[in-house]
Design a binder for this molecule. Sequence first.
Ligand code: UDP
Ligand code: MG
Length: 327
Amino acid sequence: MTEAFKLGIVVPCYNEEEVLPETTKELTEIIEQLVNTQKITNDSKIIFVDDGSKDKTWEMIDGYSQSNNFVSGVKLSRNFGHQGALLAGVTSASKSCDAVVTIDADLQDDVNAIIKMVDEFIDGAEVVYGVRNNRDTDSAFKRNTAESFYKFMEILGVKLVPDSADFRLMSKRACEVLLSYKETNLFLRGIVPMVGFKSAKVYYARKERFAGTSKYPLRKMLRLAINGITSFSIVPIKMIMGLGFLIVLVSIALLIYTIVQKIHGNVVTGWSSMMISIWALGGVQLICISVIGEYVGKIFSEVKHRPRFTIERDIYTEKTLKENKTR
Ligand code: UDP
Ligand code: MG
């Protein structure tokens, strides 16, 4: 592709008033640079998605969209979570952009990697993953849990690109395919590799959050991880079956042991083994029921087909329509 194309940069924001000025500045610089090198058209846009923030985030986005030609925004009617916000942004952006980049608002991801992504796109890649080459800025806890999570997913046979989160570029066509996956329980980084097409990776160093605090408390992180596992694999249910068989085997062994003990007349013994079995089996059963419950719950939420996000205002589409009219 030699002609300049229209780029949309989707930025989900939840209570991000502290970082927005800097994020806007840095992303605008990137867009200007790409416009100047004639890679993208000057109607390319940064699309901030306000995910039901409680602070001044939306007022700021609205303000920037009036003063900065490269900025526009989408406001969700309430907090739908990071994945929902991303999807809302991609839905709006992919209507008129040739390629869409998604990036967090907190500047942890290197904005300069966008330039490399654009180059890969120009070279024909339709999905470009941003892959972090360090985890130094994470706490040891987050590093270890993330590592085990990716390993576990690999064992379960889910295709993920390790160390890539939601910083990536997708062509219009890839976005459309992504949007055709209608699941309510979103785990985008699991769906993207299923989209297919030619893909590429861009490596970058992940930094500390520019300002403010993480909007992903442990609770949301665990939710996302469980979602990732149970939306993409039924191996856990199969593992329960294996566990069941194992326990049946153990109980047969125990039965034989008990009979042998009885023959030898040692009947009063066995109190401890009985107590242990009651508790151990009770625990195992509860865990198994909860895993099955997780899947039943998933079916429950999927069949309802509730909207994954609701847009309250879409400055991006309003602007695009206006721009097209004046042309
Ligand atoms: N975010 C969002 N909705 C939420 C939580 C987070 O849109 O309910 C956004 C947030 O504003 C940020 C991105 O998702 O742009 C990633 O969140 P954060 O940087 O706090 O997560 P961390 O990097 O700590 O995992
Ligand atoms: Mg962050």
